[in-house]
Design a protein around this ligand. Structure first.
Ligand code: C2E
Ligand code: MG
Ligand code: MG
Ligand code: MG
Length: 278
């Protein structure tokens, strides 16, 4: 009797696993057609200087599927990476973001997240160059945000691509610094222009002296390497005050504005709508 009960449990888990696999397959299949069906859009979140004025916007992808609802990027980006769809989606986001930013006043730049997988397409630098000339955006107004995992694989190839992008005048931004495989030497070996401190340190900073010490250390490191540091995920006035006090040159977070519609074509107005509140 015990044996048959055991089998029942195993069968139950098998069924659940099967459902998880099926759900993922459906997401994969639907994501493939998402661009063509117009289900993707880009939202823009301000990055401000120490006085709280927007100087840049980060482009963030959104997917609204009729079958799956709003799927967060933390869920669909890894799937897009596994299936290779990120190549097409990544190009789409770049073009969309650059076209939008080309209409802004010249004091505003745009930052676009680039996946590890896009670096393995050898023509990323060429693709970016084409999109810049097509949209008329000045290269210095485009920043590409990459995480440290992107540097782990094919270091030489990645470095070569980053150098080509840098030579074109594009800015290279280290995203989510302090998490993952943080290797301080990465900051020196790769041609970064800016460091973004992961928001986990910013949210812990008030209560946790350790987190504040890490922020201080990253800012110090940035200073000696001549790299401005951005505080990510600033949600309160107190967090902004500490970030500025510790020497962060820029900040980004709900305190200044959630990701939303882009600023007006020739103005510097903050986004009018917010996808966080909707
Ligand atoms: P990320 O590049 O580190 O982007 C910042 C994330 O933090 C965004 O989440 C943003 O909405 C969120 N955020 C901003 N301010 C605050 C705050 O004050 N508090 C909190 N709790 N969160 C805040 P989102 O839009 O869900 O994106 C998640 C991640 O998905 C991004 O992290 C990025 O790694 C990836 N991603 C988003 N769009 C793209 C894209 O177009 N291409 C690629 N390759 N990855 C993308
Ligand atoms: Mg980012
Ligand atoms: Mg980040
Ligand atoms: Mg992140």
């Amino acid at each position: 009797r015990a044996k048959s009960g055991g089998r029942g449990v195993v069968a139950f888990y098998d069924l659940q696993m099967d459902q998880t696999v099926r759900a993922r397959r459906r997401l994969e299949a639907d994501l493939r057609g998402a661009i063509a069906r117009n289900e993707l859009r880009v939202v823009y979140q301000p990055v401000v200087d120490a006085d709280g004025r927007p100087i840049s916007y980060e482009a963030l992808l959104r997917w609204r599927s009729p079958d799956h609802g709003d799927v967060p990027p933390d869920v669909f980006i890894p799937i897009a990476e596994d299936t290779g769809v990120i190549i097409a989606i990544g190009e789409w986001v770049l073009r969309e973001a650059c076209r939008t930013a080309a209409g802004w006043s010249e004091g505003l730049s745009i930052a676009v997240n680039v996946s590890t997988v896009q670096f393995r397409v050898a023509n990323l630098a060429e693709q970016v160059g084409l999109i810049l000339s097509e949209t008329g955006l000045a290269p210095a107004r485009l920043g590409l945000e990459i995480t440290e995992t992107a540097l782990m694989r094919d270091r030489d190839d990645t470095l070569e691509i980053l150098r080509r992008l840098k030579a074109m005048g594009v800015k290279i931004i280290m995203d989510d610094f302090g998490t993952g495989y943080s290797s301080l030497s990465n900051l020196q070996s790769f041609p970064f222009d800016k460091i973004k401190i992961d928001r986990s340190f910013i949210s812990a900073m008030e209560a946790d002296r350790g987190a504040k010490a890490i922020v201080k250390a990253i800012v110090g490191l940035g200073r000696s390497l001549d790299l401005p540091v951005v505080a990510e995920g600033v949600e309160t006035e107190a967090q902004h005050r500490i970030a500025v006090q510790e020497g962060c040159a820029e900040a980004q977070g709900y305190y200044f504005g959630a990701p939303g519609s882009p600023p007006d074509a020739v103005g510097v107005e903050p986004p009018r709508t917010s996808d966080r509140l909707s």
